[in-house]
Design a protein around this ligand. Structure first.
Ligand code: IPD
Ligand code: CA
Ligand code: CA
Ligand code: CA
Length: 266
């Protein structure tokens, strides 16, 4: 097996994310709900599926031996040691409502570690990229998280899963968090929440119920911009709970969330 160059994976991911972003942007105006998944509000559109299909076929045309994990089920197993983790449209509800906060997210994992990530937000004209140990950039300019502030001065982004019992628990957690921070932001796209953290546009982020396609590319962007990204008690980012913030604030937010059951459905 020839050695894989993360820079080459990033270049491929950028080219594919740009093409996929253009396809999705073109389809946004006439989009409609095609199906629902875990609940009536967990929607999928034909553009989620078409965009994932384009991404999968372009990646596999360039690198036929790779594996792919995509939100809409476009999986492929591979033998190269490289796995692509794809969210074709992160922020589908925003996309459906004609809003700009949605993104194409593509991460490249080598031997189980994400080494390159791209988050393309065409309706906002933004492209976020990151290479492990190579920094994070927005449109080619380096990104840095804002310096850690005390929790009570932190602007905290979060999001909510689609299921109703989980929503009830998440509102309980929010009731606990809201009086203890500067304010809350809910943009509707987890990848863009993490990129906003990387760009210093929020101070911290937490969410329960994410999947690898939501965080893989953007967590690398946030980490390379100086954030710590993880779960509770030293765990890596995971579906139970993902927390992201600069060191210092991460621990404060972690300790606020840990006793609340933020990693449970109540
Ligand atoms: C969702 C968005 C949302 C987050 C949800 C995700 P999707 O992804 O990232 O902000 O709160 O947990 O499922 O379904 O739009 O790709
Ligand atoms: Ca979805
Ligand atoms: Ca998503
Ligand atoms: Ca999605």
């Amino acid at each position: 097996m020839t050695a894989v160059e993360p820079r080459d994976l990033l270049d491929l991911a950028v080219a594919v994310a740009r093409e996929a972003g253009a396809l999705a942007a073109e389809g946004q105006e006439k989009v409609a709900v095609l199906d629902t998944k875990s609940s009536p509000t967990d929607v999928v559109t034909e553009m989620d599926r078409a965009t994932e299909e384009l991404i999968r076929s372009r990646l596999l045309a360039a690198r036929p031996g790779d594996a792919v994990l995509g939100e809409e089920g476009g999986a492929a197993t591979g033998s190269s040691g490289v796995r692509w983790i794809v969210d074709p449209i992160d922020g589908t509800v925003n996309y459906l409502y004609g809003r700009a906060e949605w993104a194409v997210s593509i991460a490249a994992e080598v031997a189980g570690e994400v080494v390159a990530g791209v988050v393309a937000a065409p309706a906002r004209g933004e492209l976020y990229t990151a290479l492990r140990h190579g920094g994070a950039h927005r449109d080619g300019l380096p990104l840095r998280v804002a310096p850690a502030v005390p929790l009570e001065l932190a602007l905290v982004a979060t999001g909510f899963g689609y299921g109703r019992p989980r929503r009830a628990q998440q509102s309980e957690v929010l009731r606990h968090v809201l009086p203890r921070v500067r304010d809350i932001r809910r943009a509707g796209a987890a990848a863009l929440d993490l990129c906003a953290l990387a760009a210093g546009q929020v101070d911290a982020y937490y969410e329960r119920g994410l999947n690898p396609w939501d965080w893989s590319a953007a967590a690398l962007v946030a980490e390379e911009a100086g954030a710590r990204v993880g779960g509770l008690h030293g765990a890596p980012p995971n579906p139970e709970l993902t927390i992201a913030a600069p060191p210092g604030l991460f621990e404060e937010l972690h300790d606020l969330l840990a006793p609340t059951g933020a990693d449970t459905d109540g």
